[in-house]
Design a protein. Structure first.
Length: 262
């Protein structure tokens, strides 16, 4: 891991590998760069691929203050600056897709092509998860909460043949306060008014059986971002990028290839 220094002095841990046009991968809420471990090699075969630990996770600093998706986007810019990367493709999933929205909307000079995966515009215009999903994630027993999250991430068939380790269930080193800060940052995200200003070519990807972040949000994003392309992956849940790797990986790579620097 290497370290970039954000505008407020926080150290942001990151890793870069592979060759080709830069690609920044942004993980989900409360997760580190390990979110991408199961598919990272697919991207590093074609791109100089950059992953990071959000502040409050992994090897990054954990300042005792509120977090926001806008702030996470500024931390990502600090990583690109530390690497000397002027412009990168950006692929964000779940909360990482929310962070990616701010990157593309506020720093269009830094984003070549944008992929928004299993994410939402946030705010009152978004489609919220159902009360049954919220109740399942609030079960009193930790094992019950873990099982509920696993079943929202993956299909039963995949879970039956993949006993783990699972990389998408959150950073186990986080304190309850740090997990809450990530949750609040994601819940308070609202980029609705900024989305029409996104200039980067955009692909929106979502599993059509995603209840954690309802699939209807994909259509909202695709309608709101000018010229965005929408692709739903049949039968896939929230972690479509891992379970449906053979479909999602080539889909994203083909899109990025269309928008390589001439």
């Amino acid at each position: 891991m290497r370290y970039a220094k954000s505008a407020d002095g926080a150290r942001i841990a990151y890793s870069a590998g592979g060759a080709g046009e830069p690609l920044l991968l942004l993980a989900g809420q409360g997760n580190t760069h390990h979110w991408w471990d199961g598919v990272l090699d697919d991207f590093r075969a074609a791109h100089r691929t950059i992953t990071l630990d959000y502040r409050g996770t992994g090897d990054s600093d954990r300042p005792d203050e509120p977090y926001s998706t806008e702030g996470f986007a500024e931390d990502a810019i600090a990583v690109l600056d530390d690497l000397g990367v002027e412009r990168a493709h950006v692929y964000g999933t779940s909360m990482g897709g929310r962070v990616a929205q701010w990157l593309a909307a506020r720093r269009p000079d830094r984003v070549r092509a944008l992929v928004l995966g299993c994410t939402s515009p946030g705010g009152p215009n978004a489609v919220d998860r159902g009360d049954d999903v919220r109740r399942s994630l609030a079960r009193p027993a930790p094992e019950g909460r873990r099982r509920a999250l696993l079943e929202l991430m993956y299909t039963p068939g995949w879970l039956a043949t993949h006993p783990g380790p699972y990389r998408t269930l959150g950073d186990p080193t986080m304190t309850p306060k740090e997990r809450l800060r990530h949750l609040v940052a994601s819940e308070r995200h609202d980029a609705w008014d900024a989305l029409p200003g996104i200039q980067a070519p955009t692909l929106v990807v979502h599993g059509d059986d995603d209840l954690l972040n309802p699939t209807a949000n994909a259509a909202l994003l695709a309608e709101r971002v000018p010229g965005a392309r929408l692709c739903l992956i049949p039968g896939a849940r929230h972690a479509y990028f891992e379970e449906s790797r053979s479909v999602a990986g080539p889909l994203v790579l083909d899109f990025l290839r269309e928008h390589e620097r001439a």
